[in-house]
Design a protein around this ligand. Structure first.
Ligand code: KG4
Ligand code: ZN
Length: 339
């Protein structure tokens, strides 16, 4: 199965075989293209996907020691994501399906993140039911997984996604783009952690991060003695210990809420395992806090399978196939098919 992922700022192609072995997983990141804008510019992303998709697919075939003739199916992300970027992958996949006479599979990006733990032999075996925390730049969802294709949405963010909050806080603190990994790095050097609020949203599995982000903004403005209309861009003048302390306080607040709700859901639903997937799953502080709080095995895919990648797209099409025709269209606001 050839997987294709172009929903945001990574052009990715991968080959996964029928027994879910990842034979290649090529990711061309556009971080450099978007860095100077401090976020993803959809138009630039689409153009870059157009330039990169053919070489990325060729490389995936080459690295898997296979060829276009050997493909038995092509799987592509149909949403959620940015409309223009999604269409680049979808049109490429349709062309391939038509030219080679192979089936076309449409994949939900969030479902692919959930199923990514099935692809990593080192992550452990998913034991069902499993509670999965999906944490990325666009998503924050707590999902009960009964089986591939059978999901119950327990909670989600009511405002910002976790990765988005990390990225915004990174920017407020004057740290390099993308903010998530930068915040984790400087937080690791902190001597203390600035106390910051947590939005518990009691009696729900929902999350909220916008208040926390605003609290960081107020702190940065206070520390830098800036008036609001001067904006936060001068935050880089903050002493590095202050930046580290705020980053650590932010990370603790976020991870405290995420892991307590994850552990609470595992207990409430009698889940036999838990998983953290999506780009923010790379955060080691989050993983270790979750490990401390869980009394079931925690699965978290390795680096190449947690940030956006096409192996999870091919894997999702193998685990829960949705064969579609050439009328397939992008679904930018697709939400997980969960009861
Ligand atoms: O899954 P992903 O690659 O793309 C989306 O589907 O959004 O996730 C990207 C997000 C970004 O917001 C990035 O800052 C965040 O994951 N991220 C992290 C870390 N590594 C990536 N956030 C916190 N700590 C990290 N180590
Ligand atoms: Zn993603």
């Amino acid at each position: 199965m050839l997987g294709i992922e172009t929903s945001c700022d990574e052009t990715s192609a991968a080959i996964v075989n029928g027994s879910l072995r990842v034979r290649s997983n090529i990711v061309a990141s556009q971080i450099q293209e978007h860095e100077r804008f401090g976020g993803v510019v959809p138009e630039i992303a689409s153009r870059q996907h157009i330039l990169t998709i053919t070489p990325v697919c060729s490389r995936a075939l080459h690295d898997a020691n296979t060829s276009w003739d050997m493909l038995e199916g092509v799987a592509v992300t149909r949403g959620p994501g940015l409309a223009g970027p999604l269409l680049v992958g979808i049109n490429f996949a349709k062309g391939l399906s038509l030219a080679r006479g192979i089936p076309l599979y449409a994949v939900d990006h969030v479902e692919a993140h959930i199923l990514s733990v099935w692809l990593d032999p080192d992550a452990g075996r998913p034991q069902l039911p499993m509670v999965t925390l999906v944490v990325s730049g666009g998503h924050t969802e707590l999902v009960l997984v009964d089986a591939p294709g059978r999901y119950r949405l327990l909670g989600r963010t009511v405002d910002d996604a976790v990765g988005e909050a990390f990225d915004k806080v990174g920017r407020l603190l004057g740290l390099p783009y993308p903010g998530g990994p930068s915040v984790e790095k400087v937080a690791g050097t902190a001597r203390d952690a600035t106390p910051l609020p947590r939005a518990w949203l009691p009696n729900t599995y929902d999350f909220s991060f916008s208040g926390l982000k605003t609290a960081v903004l107020r702190l940065v403005q206070g520390h830098a003695k800036l008036v609001t209309d001067q904006g936060p861009d001068k935050a880089h003048s903050l002493p590095s210990e202050t930046v580290a302390s705020i980053a650590a306080g932010f990370q603790i607040s976020v991870c405290d809420v995420l892991t307590k709700k994850l552990a609470g859901a595992v207990k409430d639903y009698g889940a036999l395992s838990a998983a953290i997937v999506g780009g923010v799953a790379n955060n080691q502080f989050l993983r270790s806090m979750a490990l401390d709080r869980l009394n079931v095995p925690l699965l978290a895919p390795g680096f190449g399978l947690s940030t956006d990648n096409a192996a999870m797209i091919a894997g999702a099409a193998l685990l829960n196939p949705h064969s579609v025709g050439l009328g397939l269209d992008a679904a930018p606001s697709l939400s997980l098919d969960a009861g």
